[in-house]
Design a protein around this ligand. Structure first.
Ligand SMILES: [Zn+2]
Length: 263
């Protein structure tokens, strides 16, 4: 029985960034990782952002095609790192609502668990305003479904966020930076759907184009720019660390040289 889930910091960052990309709709993705110790432990090392097919506020769905694509992605990563990686779970966001899974979430989770008993669900509750803190906060829960007759209840799974220094870091940063492009695809798609639906007069066409322009402006302003700034700052910090480490390396090497001269 599954007892514990390890979630890497990179994946946590990518999922939180994804969850914070909209406070109006739920977002969703799949989790890639490895199952250990007789299905009692799952470690999550990467994720796949899913494009929303239907932007209803409380409805998230995974298509067969998306599941197949994620499975192929997991196989590619497995070959890259030489470990048995596969799709091990799913995540979605709860903007402005409690972190606990809904009945729909528990039914969805139960369906996946029937196919794979160690499959997990993770929920990121975002844009929460705590009465005490008066500041937006984030809550995370990891769960599985337990069948009780015709309905399901949740079983919480211990979740530990771990610092991973493995070869998937670059891959996870790529996932993070793909987010604005995926969001733009969603906007383009709803624009095309809208344009195809009615015999549009010029005012409607103008309106739809304006809505698309505003949406893309929003993505650039609220997601791309802050992400770029954060990555530039991180890069600057790493450069400073790198210089310090190189200097230390030189010092140690010269100490070593002196020691071998004295021997
Ligand atoms: Zn939910």
């Amino acid at each position: 029985m599954l007892n514990k889930v390890l979630l890497s910091t990179d994946v946590t960052l990518a999922c939180v960034q994804h969850a914070l990309s909209t406070e109006k709709e739920e977002i969703m993705g799949l989790l890639i990782g490895e199952v250990h110790e007789n299905n009692s432990l799952v470690s999550i090392v990467s994720s796949v952002i899913l494009r929303r097919l239907d932007k209803k506020p409380d409805r998230v769905e995974i298509s067969e095609e998306q599941l197949v694509q994620a499975t192929l992605r997991a196989e590619e990563l497995a070959a890259e790192v030489g470990r048995p990686l596969r799709v091990v779970g799913w995540y979605h966001s709860h903007p402005h609502i409690t972190v606990w899974p809904s009945h729909v979430d528990l039914a969805t989770q139960s369906m996946y668990q029937r196919m794979d008993s160690s499959f997990v669900g993770i929920i990121f509750a975002v844009f929460l305003t705590e009465q005490t803190a008066k500041a937006p906060s984030i809550q995370i829960t990891c769960f599985q479904s337990v069948n009780e007759g015709s309905s399901q209840s949740r079983r919480e799974i211990e979740l530990e966020i771990t610092n991973n220094n493995d070869s998937l870091t670059i891959n996870n940063f790529e996932i993070l930076t793909q987010l604005p492009a995926i969001l733009k695809e969603e906007e383009d798609e709803s624009y095309i759907n809208e344009a195809g639906q009615c015999d549009t007069d010029i005012i409607t066409r103008q309106h739809n184009s304006a809505v698309l322009t505003i949406a893309i402006g929003h993505i650039v302003e609220k997601i791309s720019r802050p992400m770029l700034e954060a990555l530039v700052a991180r890069n600057a910090l790493h450069s400073v660390r790198l210089r310090a480490l190189k200097k230390r390396h030189q010092e140690l090497m010269s100490m070593l040289d002196n020691m071998s001269c004295n021997v």
